[in-house]
Design a protein around this ligand. Structure first.
Ligand code: G3P
Ligand code: MG
Length: 250
């Protein structure tokens, strides 16, 4: 087996771009994250019907595009027609659902580092990872640090472990951490990304003692961010990266 890759997480990661002030997971939110001074971003990736990795959080298009249909039932070309900005504010009308390729090229150009959350549509846990690895092989420069993969889906992490073992992996957890040790070990994870309300000083210690970096989401209250860092949490994923950086560094 390969050694688990090491990762040094940044203090702050921009959640879905700078989601607090821009429509999430769009080029506008990614540009804003850069302008707010982040070095790392987090965003969600799933597949179009024809297997193109795109940047989108939900399984369906209702919330951001007003369309009562699943993402996985639309081709990349069709998804490209949908509005993705006006729901947030009329002034962002015209924002589109980006491709992962477009997102990655922006990261490369501006020296940003991606935390690629594998957020597959139901039933596409393995295929999503395969397509994302294929794209990275094609576009991500070999001399740059490997993007981090994170996921709630064990299957998605298993596939990236097997196909791209040298990319660090983060195990995402919400409010049930049962079995985290076994899963993180088996999936050769480098980091644990746990919902912030679950962290206690004891748990942070336990996770760090076991050799994992620690990240948390979604923390928009700066005082809470400071508290988590004081507990020993390495990395804060936030909708307002500029404010958090001002408090705890980048
Ligand atoms: O990756 C951290 C966070 O984004 C996980 O939750 O629902 O915002 O993707 P969610
Ligand atoms: Mg996410």
């Amino acid at each position: 087996a390969n050694a688990t890759p090491l990762v040094t997480l940044p203090r702050v990661q921009a959640h879905r771009g700078a989601k607090g002030v821009r429509p999430e997971n769009t080029m506008a939110s990614l540009r804003e994250a850069l302008d707010q001074g982040v070095c790392w971003t987090e965003f969600d990736v799933k597949l179009s019907k024809d297997g193109v990795p795109i940047i989108y959080h939900d399984q369906d298009l209702k919330r951001t595009s007003g369309i009562d249909a699943l993402v996985k039932d639309h081709s990349f070309a069709e998804l490209g027609e949908f509005e993705a900005g006006a729901w947030f504010d009329e002034k962002f009308r015209g924002e589109k659902i980006p491709s992962l390729e477009e997102f990655l090229l922006f990261h490369i150009e501006h020296n940003l580092h991606p935390n690629i959350e594998l957020k597959p549509s139901d039933g596409e846990e393995a295929e999503t990872s395969r397509k994302v690895v294929e794209l990275l092989d094609r576009v991500w420069p070999k001399h740059l640090d490997k993007p981090l993969f994170s996921s709630f889906k064990l299957k998605s992490l298993e596939v990236v472990r097997d196909l791209a073992p040298d990319h660090p992996r983060g195990l995402l957890l919400y409010d049930d951490i049962t079995g985290w040790q076994e899963n993180a070990k088996r999936l050769e994870c480098s980091a644990i990304h746990l919902w912030h309300k679950m962290y206690t000083p004891e748990l942070v210690n336990e996770i760090k003692q076991a050799g994992y970096a620690t990240a948390t989401y979604t923390v928009n209250d700066v005082d809470r961010g400071v508290e988590l860092v004081a507990m020993g949490v390495d990395s804060i994923i936030t909708d307002f990266p500029g404010d958090m950086i001002a408090a705890i560094g980048d």
